[in-house]
Each structure stands twice: as structure tokens, then as C-alpha cells.
Design a protein around this ligand. Structure first.
Ligand SMILES: Cc1ncc(COP(=O)(O)O)c(C=O)c1O
Length: 400
């Protein structure tokens, strides 16, 4: 009977509990509301140029113009998204493995979508799977893993005191992992620490992962921001050499500067082309359930760039300029004080300062410098003219 009376009130939308706000988003809002004209927001997670802006790449503007002029239809593409985009990305991401038929790549809504889809696939294989994650890590990893229903197991990755990868402890944790455990690895430009594995460490991790039968899941969101497109993918490619099964979540949102357009892809390698085809069929099914198909615009523009040698060359020039800025700001900060020298040896947009939450708060109050409580800051969050002001304030904080 539909109209059974009950004394209990049905729960409605108004019964939802408040949501704890994301601390980084709250920080950005606070920085935006600060009226001081010389404020420095290094909490934000996007590349900024020497004048402090996040411009649209010139080559992207050109590709968008071409897209506007030539796109014949906006009819559905299906869960795979733009297949030519995924094909053109293969040599960039996979290098010498580009022609390997055991590897499939498919478009996703950004790197986040690729992570979600990869973990969905893992849950389809084994809902009991454990995901080993180094600490600290990008704050969105844990919510994505947990929302899929997988168990997350942390291992120590970065030691704040020595400002280095705790490699011995990391390797020991991997050595003690169970066959079938998933190991999440940052492909390059570790977020939040900037501390990447060196070539020797990648080789060691690859050896342990393959010997112990672990499933490596590489999150590569900053290819080209570290040492160059190929060098930045070397860790992933080494794993592809050694392991039959590999998953990678890739993002073009940073290296093409199209953050809000959500351009990502998921790569899957299994032991055979047939098994990969089955895995991809599952991936499309999960995608269909979640977002049906990825947004087209950004990936179509990236496809136009990668399909044209001149536009690709133009992209390389702009990508190299972004990387050069990251590394030159790093060098300037590193030169300001011996206690900051390590920043010159790290990669990507983020590093952590050895500051307490109280010191971070003091920087905010006294100097209008906004960064996460952990001391994570965006190396290129500030304009060139603000770098000296930033380093002087940080050195003052370090001196206590
Ligand atoms: C480590 C890491 N992985 C994945 C992503 C997700 O990137 P996207 O914006 O493409 O979803 C980010 C973005 O900040 C990131 O830092």
C-alpha cells in the first residue's frame, strides 16, 4: 500500500549534514577576499606566467579557431570520446610502447576522471583490492579511492625534516605488499612535495613491483613540467617494460593549460590484446554509468594540435617556456637561503616549505602570502616581481 501512515518523518534534502569545506578552496576564497594589493596566492594549483596570469596558450587559441571553423557536428561521440585524440597521445605518453597492442588509451574528463575510472576498473576486478598510497599525496587521491569503495593503505613517501623521499621505507612497504595490491605512483612532479623518484629509484620500484606481482597505477598529471616530455614519462615507460599489467591516469589539463576543459586519458596494459579489449569494454561501461562520455571541446583542440606538425612544434615551444619558468623560479628561491636550496632540486609546480601551521598563518597575516597549512606552495603561483618579497618573508619566518 502506498499511503501507509507512519509517525517517522521521511528524510529530505534539508536533512543533509553540512560539508566540511575543502581547505584549499577555502584558502583561495580567503586570498580572493584579501584587499591588500600586493597579496601573493601560492595556494592555487595552476601555472602562472611571469606576470602572474594563467593565459590560454597561443597554440590552443589557434586550435580552437580551427575547431570553430571546421567542426562538422556536435553529435554524440560515445564513451570513448575522441579516438584520434587518444591515438595521437600514445607516442607522447607511451614513447617506445606506442605501438603495443596490449595497451589501450581512452579519453576521460581530466586526470580526475581517469583516476576514478581506473579505480572503478580495479573494483570491478576485485572489490577487496588494497591501494598503497605514499604520504603525503595529492589531497584528492584518498576521496577518489574511498568513494570507489577500495581500501587505502598509506606508506611513508616524503620526509619533511630531510626534505627527501624516504626511499628505504617506501621500498620496504612495497616489499611487504601482497600480490594483487595496487601501488599508486606519481609519474612526475610529485604533488605536493616536488620530490620525484630518480632514475635509480624508479628502477628499484619497478623491480619490486614486478617481482611481487603488484599492479602499478601511475598518476601522470604534469608531463613536460619536470625535465621534458620523454624524461617525465620514463618511470611509466620503465614499468611498461617490466610489467604485464599497468594502469596510468594522464592529464593534458596542465601541459596544454586547459584546466577547466577537462582533458585526460586512461591507459591500460594487460598481458594480451584480447584481455585489454575486455578491460576497455568494462571501462566504457563504467564511464557510461558515470558521465556517459567525456567533454569534447578540449580534447578536440588538443587533437588538432597533435595532428599538425607545426602546431605540435608551437606547443612544444610554449610547454618548454612553462617548464623554464618553473625551473627558473625554483632556482631563484633556492638561491635565497641555504635552507631553501632543496627547492632547486625538485620538480613541478609544488614544493613544501619547512614551516609550521603557525608560521604559515603569520605569513598570511603579516605579508598576505597564502599557502596551505602544510607549507605546500605553488612555485609559479607568484609573478616575477613578487619572488623577492616572497623569499624574504619566508626566510624571516624560518629565522623565527
Ligand atoms: C597529482 C594529480 N593528479 C591528478 C590531478 C587531476 O588533474 P585534472 O585537473 O586533469 O583532473 C591533479 C590536479 O591537480 C594532480 O595534482
Amino acid at each position: 500500500m502506498l499511503s501507509e501512515t507512519t509517525t517517522a518523518r521521511a528524510r529530505g534534502l534539508a536533512d543533509l549534514p553540512p560539508v566540511k569545506s575543502d581547505s584549499l578552496l577555502a584558502l583561495i576564497a580567503m586570498a580572493n577576499a584579501d584587499p591588500r594589493p600586493d597579496k601573493i596566492d601560492v595556494g592555487v594549483g595552476v601555472f602562472r606566467d611571469a606576470s602572474g596570469r594563467t593565459p590560454i596558450l597561443k597554440v590552443m587559441k589557434q586550435a580552437e579557431r580551427i575547431l570553430l571553423e571546421t567542426q562538422p557536428s556536435k553529435s554524440y561521440l560515445g564513451s570513448a570520446g575522441d579516438k584520434r585524440f587518444a591515438e595521437l597521445l600514445r607516442p607522447i605518453v607511451l614513447g617506445e610502447h606506442a605501438a603495443d597492442e596490449r595497451i589501450a588509451g581512452t579519453q576521460t574528463p581530466g586526470g580526475c576522471g581517469a583516476l576514478r575510472l581506473g579505480f572503478e576498473l580495479i573494483r570491478t576486478i576485485n572489490p577487496e583490492a588494497r591501494v598503497l598510497v605514499g604520504t603525503p599525496t595529492w589531497p584528492n587521491h584518498a576521496p577518489i579511492i574511498r568513494s570507489v569503495g577500495l581500501t587505502m593503505v598509506e606508506y611513508p613517501y616524503y620526509d619533511r625534516a630531510s626534505r627527501a623521499v624516504q626511499f628505504g621505507q617506501m621500498l620496504e612497504a612495497l616489499d611487504n605488499a601482497r600480490a594483487g595490491d595496487v601501488v599508486l605512483l606519481h609519474g612526475v612532479c610529485h604533488n605536493p612535495t616536488g620530490a620525484d623518484l630518480d632514475d635509480q629509484q624508479w628502477a628499484e620500484v619497478t623491480r619490486v613491483v614486478s617481482q611481487r606481482g603488484l599492479l602499478p597505477f601511475v598518476d601522470i598529471a604534469y608531463q613536460g613540467f619536470g625535465r621534458g616530455l620523454d624524461k617525465d614519462a620514463a618511470g611509466l615507460r620503465g614499468l611498461l617494460n617490466a610489467c604485464d599489467e599497468v594502469i596510468a591516469a594522464h592529464s593534458c589539463d596542465k601541459n596544454f593549460s586547459v584546466y577547466r576543459d577537462r582533458v585526460g586519458s586512461l591507459f591500460i596494459k594487460t598481458g594480451s590484446a584480447a584481455a585489454t579489449a575486455t578491460a576497455v569494454a568494462h571501462v566504457y561501461q563504467r564511464a557510461r554509468e558515470m558521465w556517459s562520455m567525456p567533454p569534447d571541446h578540449g580534447a578536440a583542440a588538443v587533437r588538432i594540435i597533435l595532428d599538425d606538425p607545426q602546431l605540435t612544434a608551437d606547443w612544444h615551444v610554449e610547454l618548454n617556456a612553462m617548464r623554464d619558468r618553473i625551473n627558473s623560479v625554483r632556482a631563484r628561491i633556492a638561491a635565497a637561503d641555504p635552507r631553501l636550496a632543496y627547492i632547486g632540486q625538485q620538480y613541478g609546480m609544488f614544493s613544501m616549505l619547512p614551516l609550521s601551521p603557525e608560521q604559515v598563518l603569520a605569513l598570511r597575516e603579516r605579508h598576505a602570502i597564502y599557502m596551505a597549512d602544510s607549507g605546500r606552495f605553488n612555485v609559479v603561483g607568484m609573478a616575477d616581481e613578487a619572488i623577492d618579497r616572497f623569499t624574504e618573508a619566508v626566510v624571516e619566518a624560518l629565522n623565527g
